[in-house]
Design a protein around this ligand. Structure first.
Ligand code: ADP
Ligand code: MG
Length: 281
């Protein structure tokens, strides 16, 4: 277990003329990118609100996400998991720190450039699917390509629909599909551009356990069969146990970083972190 990480501290205004309050972040442990790094966070912080009511959702997080690996992110509700995912995916901007995606510092990009980079490099799977109701399954899957002005590779999207078990459902609209089928459409939509990285924020959170297990199996298969780098938030120890790496967040900080871990050991780690947070033994 690493020692407690740095805390944000409130600093005095930089000059007597300034009334602004500056939040500064003491140096994070320095980590280097490796050749396998595709997404990197450096001293990443996100604060919501100002002054005494501010919520520090993420505090000085530095990490590397490695190519062709499935990384799980766990932690209690409110620990900053979604905030981290949104920042790493360029869906939100940090209060301080940097995000690098495939060698580009995305925190320096304007909105238009960021949108273009996201379309090229990022796939996102949401808990509540976020499909467009008026489009068929196939049209939903193809949407990211048309938004990016790219020509669909028919063989690829047909293979994706088939591998998601949606071959027979391609002309159905979301309202005609089960939750599990809708999430499989959302996964195909995330994979269709062959993005550098797919982020999935509690992809099984709205599914029953059997359907959730099938969805996880598909995410794992995308990593193994297509080399799809994936980062997935989950509450479920069984889900985390399929990952190559598990990050544990507490109160906006990464407090544990494990390799492949059994569901039982994930539960033990969560219990240890829970008792650390409450101060019990
Ligand atoms: P998790 O996904 O781990 O449940 P979140 O990243 O959603 O956690 O939230 C981390 C913290 O930031 C929580 O305290 C949450 O209430 C707060 N938070 C998240 N989004 C906002 C927002 N848009 N405005 C204010 N506070 C927010
Ligand atoms: Mg969340």
């Amino acid at each position: 277990m690493r020692s407690p990480g740095p805390r944000l501290i409130r600093a005095a205004p930089s000059s007597p003329a300034s009334t602004a309050v500056h939040w500064i972040c003491p140096p994070c442990p320095i980590i280097e990118a490796s050749p396998a790094t595709v997404v990197a966070a450096r001293a990443l912080s996100r604060r919501y609100g100002q002054d005494d009511t501010a919520v520090h959702a993420l505090r000085c997080v530095s990490l590397n996400i490695e190519r062709e690996k499935l990384t799980a992110v766990m932690g209690p509700s409110g620990s900053g998991k979604s905030t981290l995912m949104h920042l790493l995916a360029g869906l939100d901007r940090p209060t301080s720190g940097e995000v690098w995606i495939d060698g580009t510092n995305v925190t320096k990009l304007g909105d238009t450039q960021l949108t273009k980079l996201r379309r090229r490099h990022i796939g996102f799977v949401f808990q509540f699917f976020n499909l467009l109701p008026m489009l068929t399954a196939e049209e939903n899957v193809l949407l990211p390509l048309s938004l990016a002005g790219r020509t669909p590779d028919a063989a690829w999207h047909v293979e994706l629909l088939a591998s998601m078990g949606l071959g027979e459902r391609r002309t159905h609209r979301p309202s005609e599909l089960s939750g599990g089928q809708q999430q499989r459409v959302a996964i195909a939509r995330a994979l269709v551009t062959r993005p550098t990285v797919v982020f999935a924020d509690e992809p099984t959170g709205n599914l029953d356990s059997q359907t959730g297990a099938e969805v996880l199996e598909l995410l794992r298969r995308a990593v193994d069969a297509y080399g799809q780098t994936t980062v997935m938030v989950t509450h479920d120890a069984t889900a985390a146990a399929i990952a190559d790496r598990i990050l544990f967040l507490t109160d906006g900080e990464i407090v544990e970083d494990l390799g492949p871990t059994s569901a039982q050991d994930v539960l033990t780690t969560l219990a240890a972190l829970g008792s650390m947070a409450t101060g019990s033994k």
